[in-house]
Design a protein around this ligand. Structure first.
Ligand code: TYM
Length: 382
């Protein structure tokens, strides 16, 4: 792969992602100042750090979502997770942001747990494993603090019977070459993964309102297919708000991967492990020696600890400005930036784990019982 090449699919992110180029390739739009002002106006509180700092950067039809909200038509949120052994900080990004949106707009959130997708994508995993991971991941998701009265979490292999009528209607609208080219599949791909997009599209039609999907931009291919067929089934095109990828610790390229343990911080990592990973593996844009750093300063564009602070962990704008200035001018050393980050990550994880313990008692409140699926079925057969 050449230096300026990159690849973004739902299953692989590699190279240095050029987000401007990606928006052009995918046909999405930058989140404009007007949209930000409107969200700020509605929320009447400080804008979420991920919007202020542009980690959520691109969208489709977010303006229509805000219009529907203003006109009292409402909307709903939908996001998801393909369960794995442990969730890392990158996976938390869409969930933290979705919770904020739920608080602001007071809307329903549907969360799809795709144990089927994970199983079918990986020859080595058993369905028993992906199902067990689903339970563990759901605890982490509940711990983010969603409203139990308005949040519905469902695992595909259990919930499928409620979704299946609509899955068939969607699958019938998708042809082999469309799915093959959208996802870069080939004739050796298993037929499960070829069919799977119909299952990820269904929840965009769970309510008779516009759906807004917060997720990293890797999930966009599904929504392109959804937008091609939704109206022919009597539903609206899904709207999206896309995030960039929180970079892996070891380099500012690609996305964090669960399969390279030192590149990610897991929600279950104890404080000492977090400290060690950040101090030892986090890629620094600082200079090789203290003297050089004092003289030349750090290259913030490649510095991962700085980027983690910027995108998520340093909410205070004045403090972030100070770090930016001091670190780039050499008045701050890499070790100080890393130590600040480790402290902040550990604080978030400690609070998260406390809430996760409580999630075990709340689990059943979040499971989706199929009430709304009846509405979908009736609509298709009417
Ligand atoms: P999954 O499990 O790969 O990822 C879960 C969510 O995390 C986002 N994500 C990241 N965001 C920021 N930085 C990163 N480094 C990072 N890595 C992953 C993903 O974009 C995703 O939002 N097929 C989906 C599961 C799914 C889904 C959905 C996701 C089903 N329905 C609707 C979003 C919306 C998957 O494999 O996600």
């Amino acid at each position: 792969m050449q230096e300026d090449e990159f690849k973004v699919t739902p299953w692989e992110v590699s190279g240095k992602v050029d987000y401007e180029k990606l928006m052009q390739q995918f046909g999405t739009q930058k989140i404009s100042r007007e949209i930000l002002e409107e969200i700020s106006d509605i929320s009447r509180q400080k804008m979420h750090v991920m919007l202020r700092r542009n980690i959520f950067f691109s969208h489709r039809d977010l303006d229509l979502i805000l219009k529907d909200y203003r006109e009292g038509k409402g909307f709903f949120l939908y996001t998801g997770r393909a369960p794995s052994m442990g969730m890392h900080i990158g996976h938390l990004v869409p969930f933290l942001f979705t919770k904020w949106l739920q608080d602001i707009f007071n809307v329903n959130v549907y969360i799809e747990i795709t144990d089927d997708e994970k199983f079918m994508r990986n020859q080595d995993y058993t369905l028993k494993q992906t199902s067990e991971w689903a339970y563990q991941n759901i605890l982490d998701i509940i711990a983010v603090g969603f409203n139990p009265d308005k949040t519905f979490i469902f695992k595909d292999t259990e919930y499928i019977r409620n979704m299946y009528p609509l899955v068939t209607a969607i699958a019938k609208k998708l042809n082999f070459s469309q799915v093959k080219s959208t996802f870069g599949l080939d004739v050796s791909s298993n037929i499960g993964i070829l069919f799977y997009p119909a299952i990820q599209i269904v929840p965009t039609m769970f309510e008779n309102k516009r759906c807004l999907i917060p997720a990293a931009i890797d999930q966009d291919p599904y929504w392109r297919l959804q937008r091609d067929l939704a109206e022919s089934l009597g539903y609206r095109k899904a709207a999206e708000i896309h995030s960039k990828f929180l970079p892996p610790l070891a380099s500012s390229d690609g996305k964090m991967s669960s399969s390279i343990p030192e590149s990610a911080v897991y929600l279950s990592d104890p404080p000492k492990t977090v400290e060690k990973k950040i101090m030892k593996y986090a890629f620094s844009g600082g200079q090789a020696t203290t003297e050089l750093q004092r003289k030349l300063g750090a290259d913030l564009k490649v510095d991962v600890p700085y980027q983690w602070l910027y995108y998520i962990f340093e909410d205070n704008d004045d403090e972030m400005e100070r770090i930016t200035r001091d670190y780039s001018k050499g008045n701050m050393l890499t070790g100080e930036v890393k130590a600040t980050l480790a402290r902040k990550v550990n604080k978030l994880l400690e609070e998260h784990r406390e809430r996760r313990e409580k999630s075990k008692d709340e689990f059943s409140k979040f499971l989706y019982d199929g009430k709304l699926a009846k509405h979908m079925w009736e609509k298709i057969h009417s």
